[in-house]
Design a protein. Sequence first.
Lengths: 643, 256
Amino acid sequence: MTAAAFLPWLTVAMVLVAAVQIGRRVILWRGGGPAAVDWRAGLTALPRRYLVDVHHVVDRDRSASRMHVPTAGGLVLACGLLVLGLVPAIAASRLYFALVALAFLTMAAGVFLEARRRYPRALPRLSLGRWQRLPVYLGVFALGGFATALLAALGNPLPALSFLTFFAAAAAGLALAGTAATGPMRHALAGAAHLVAHPRPARFEGGRSTDLAPLDLDAAKLGAETPADFGWNRLLGFDACVQCGRCEAACPAFAAGQPLSPKHLVADLAAAAGGGHARPYAGMPYPNQRPTGGAAGLHAAVISPEGLVHPDTLWSCTTCRACVEECPMMIEHVDAIVDLRRFQTLELGAVPSKAEEPLENLRGCDEPNGRRLSERTDFAAGLSLPRIAETGEADVVLWLGQAAFDLRGQRTLKALIRTLHAAGVDFAVLGEEERDCGDLARRLGDEATFQRLAAANIEALSRHRFRRILTADPHALHVIRNEYPALGGSYDVVHHTAFLAELVAAGRLAPAALAGRAVTYHDPCYLGRYNGEVEAPRALLDALGLERREMARSGKRSMCCGGGGGAPSADIPGDTRIPDIRMDQAKTTGARIVAVACPQCTAMLEGVTGERPEVRDVAELVWEALEAGGAAATARAKELEPA
Amino acid sequence: MKTVVLLSDARHAISGRATLSGLEARAISLAAALDPAPRGLHAGGGAEGVSAGLGHGLQGLDVLDLPEGADPVPALAAHLQAALGKNDAPGIVLAGRRGEGGLETGLVPYLLADALGLPILADAVALRQGEAAGTLVVDQAMQKGARRRVTIRLPAVVTVHPLAPPPRPFAYAKMRRGEIRFLPTAEAIGDTAGGGNGSGSGEERPHRARPKLMRTGGTAAGAHNLHVGPEPEEAARLILDYLEANGIRRYGDTRG
């Protein structure tokens, strides 16, 4: 009897121990709320979701994919082979043990690469503690298994040494299996199960799913108070976290020193679900962490003075989805934050005091700044701005949004309206019938107000005949395009950058070249990440002959301006401001102009003090080019026509 | 201490929709600090607008069904009179100092206090229970930011000033769970027989120009004329000197 003959039994023991541990965790997940899961579709899609979607994200950090492929591949291969070793005929083969040794060697190579990320000094975004010890256990297991299998393949020349290496492998392997429910190895099964039962299956295979799910306002409890209020597959998602910290590195609130780290929050939610014990969190703390009680449990409030998470953490989020975009485990942080916010707002009325004012205005007069809806078109005095109630129908409905009440936003809208006239677009506005789209209310958790506004807007839109909705506000775009359908209104919504790019491509606009100027484009989160539109604004800037320079973070991995999710309303103090950080990034490109495509981004970036590049909306640049090209004269003639 | 908050038929300043008056939202927050289960009382056509009070902290809402344009005072007085006679009588009746977007007379609390025979204290910014049982300590807002602390015996009507602390934020689920009782009234059943009967709050009179109230003697003059415990003779002389110095009375003319 050689030591290697025990290796298959060690695998069986590890699987059994891990199964018991994970079974305990499964009971915990079952404590979560109900969730509709298509198991068959999930299971068939699992290999593709893992090997394509997950790998695509993991591979953005090459050191991670190079480490994980051999480690996980070697581990699964070695254990799979060892289970075959339960057949005595196979276990007698020296070639078989050579294969096992090769698998363990592959794993050991991966573990070595993993250790390089953590020793002598770990990457700052990685968690320490148990995560720092993980490569030690894995390494001992891999090397012990390798040595044992190699000795067996060589004909067992040193039986004593072989037993010694076997015991080392057994100790490390059983230690890993024993912590399969609470330790780092939890990510393996929870991660795979999360991919199968993912709450947003549409986001895989190149799809996109960024809309918030409507809340049933007649439910017994609105929003999430305790971990048990989350759907069970959400709890599964929190447990899948590998604490790699990519979300934290991408989080604008974390960078600005506000007390939010998506990684810490997800770790807290996972710890809260487990309950009862102090959280073994060894990552970076929330910046400027507010003290909390630390009480946890499946049925204990998460956000409370006694709980795990301080409300400021919740309200620091800009809902920019950078964390979701970066997460290799496909965790939906923003959904969790909005669910928690919904409980705070709808059940407790515990919104930050500054955020209550816009919500009160939205409840009272459908407009966050407390402005009269009939004043929305006042800015366009002197421009021909037809109302759809007068024209009866139009090809395009121009959704003005909140920018119409803001002096800076009005400049963008005027440029856009003039451009539309120049191109001869048949468009009209809703006028008084346009209410706020409800984005702010929804991100601040006030689902009741959002649903009321959405219903009123859908009702208003249903009264008129039009083909498309055009808007210069990506927040309105996202809400109307992606979130109104669940409430009964499906529309073809187009952002002004895409619309203008269409017009230029069709030759209906002939902008002159604005050559000799360098511009950098700041992607709005709600256009880029939420809607995947990163090409049209760039095509437009290129068509204007501008020299386009990219910031280090651009496209779908762009950094937020700090203006989303009601964060400016909540106004949680930090060390610095998010737009200052973003403007510094824009400055390093050396461009003299920051092109923007969102009124929120415009407002946030223009709020940066000191010497900085000029902030111009793409629509303003297009109009400037048209004026330079002589289109102005025709447009002015059109303006004088009665509406 | 059982507290009732009067809710008026307010209109939003921008949209003109039925809404909860901001003053009454403040009143609810003050009430919630004294009474774990404050109730709202509204006389009018329905609960639209005022039901938001439940979201700000009211535990229940009584709506006295009244036809459009009817005087709410008799119905409110009758309802409160009945409530005051019971065991569990309300100690404090809170109201805004005036309505918002409606008639805005600001008279309803006074007429109601008159009809109920209760004392009324205006412009509260803070309330707390007095040391003696059945008393209330009220911080009153005065002009120029001054505050006056008054202790009153309950029951009483207290109106709330706009400088009271901002109300608790609105919580939709609390509004949804709050209980609304619709109560019939005599006015809704019988006819109202025109305005101006009974309490007279509906009386209409032609406009009469009123003499302007003038403030005499600034704070600086007052400081000069402070005399503590003077002899009666001396006090009389000082008053006459003051009147003469300010040209209010010229003794020389009448004597001559």
